[in-house]
Design a protein around this ligand. Sequence first.
Ligand SMILES: *Cc1c(COP(=O)(O)O)cnc(C)c1O
Length: 524
Amino acid sequence: MLNRQGRPTQAGEGAQEAHATFTGNRALQQIEPLIFEIGRYETTGVDIDKPGPFKSRLGKLARKDGIGLPGLSEPEAMRHYVRLSQKNYGIDTGLFPLGSCTMKHNARLNEKMARLPGFSDVHPLQPVSTVPGALELMQELARYLMVLTGMPAVSLSPKAGAHGELCGMMAIKAAIAAKGEGETRRTVLVPESAHGTNPATAALIGFVVKPVPAREDGTVAVEDVKALLGPDVAAIMLTNPNTCGIFEPQIVEIAAAMHEAGAYFYCDGANYNAIVGKAKPGDLGVDAMHINLHKTFSTPHGGGGPGSGPVVLSERLAPFAPVPFIHLEDGAPRLVENVADAPEGNAPFGRITAFHGQMGMYVRALTYMLSHGADGMKQASEDAVLNANYIRAGLQDLMSLPFPDHPSMHEALFDDEWLKGTGVTTLDFAKAMIDEGYHPMTVYFPLVVHGAMLVEPTESESKASLDLFIATLRDLAMATKGNDKSRFTGAPHHAPLRRLDETRAARQPVLKWVKPEPIAEAAE
Ligand SMILES: *Cc1c(COP(=O)(O)O)cnc(C)c1O
């Protein structure tokens, strides 16, 4: 069945529904086709004069057909992009409880500072002598990150957490090779509860990944790590607080065991928001840790802007940090852009990004730090933990906790034990949240918990906002026990598009638009 815009309607949509609309729109939530589907090739939003006579020098390279760009009038183009922007549920739209992602408010002050012309208009190819302010800002951000984490060095340039992992692990690989152990130390230990980027990072640069089993209580035990240690082990990649929302109680012992075995401790710092100002990774024995500026330091995520994942490094790894970096020579900052120009004693493993990384994110993150101050950043962490535990306390009588004996850090983890026998799955429950106007929490991660639901409210939410969220989830949770399951099985009911086949979308992505053959007019 096709709706008016020629878009196939989904199963369950249209005829079967009592109030299906002619357009496919749902009230003021409007369906938005691709620009190629609404554009017409003969239309253009601007008038361009026909060029005067000229002689083409392109020869055989000259284009023979039209370029095929869709043409729209200005109001059509405007509406297309505004409607698309409205489809982006974000932290500016509502509470975004996506666990492990730290979807906190992006303060407008950060945006204001990033738009100052002195920052927003600099170009990475400008002569270094014309951008001393930008370099100073980068140095200042680096200093704050080092002080907060208690680490002696930082590499600013990685552009995401996963990219930071790659940077840190490449530094570890270079350090191992420098000791002549590159051929033997090829194993990286990764707990089963880890984020998928950890084993992917290790495998990408040629390490063999060995899983560390998860304990019943959601933590990693030093004995389990020790049992896997040997001359073949290069490093462990351990998240702290971990993906179950628990501060690893044996982290110091695990770090010591790694070092004793001649290996390194890579800490996944994605959950750093829980401990800023409370615990320093440097004191815990960490050798390298990425910091997601778009999580902990309130710069926008994904569609809202590029990510940034600086990596702090220990004394042992600092010499291997990639270019570019700023080196102080007699107190004056010098930008080192090439491996060959590295100061004495440094052996950068190379470069992992063009230019210097995400300057706009550096400005935003430093603004967050300066506007909060040391006490404010510590309080933000305390409030993030408090909010997560408030949600946990508000739901734990209805939803089950896999690790009730450990206090939660910045996120509360539930499993699907409480859904047993209801016929409702974690996925159904998450989809029903969409109908209530909430982006779902992280589901089915971490993998060590059955039907996981990982809720991270962050410090941004007020008590009123948390109370409404808890009340909504309580209402849904109680409805799972009732007779009518349609609120879950068919959810989302109110979204413009109904339940999507996410697996198929991931496995068979349609990345190219092909102009459809014109459909012959049906004889009426
Ligand atoms: C977010 C996250 C990452 C990856 O960070 P990106 O910035 O998304 O690349 C890695 N590990 C954990 C635990 C995370 O939550």
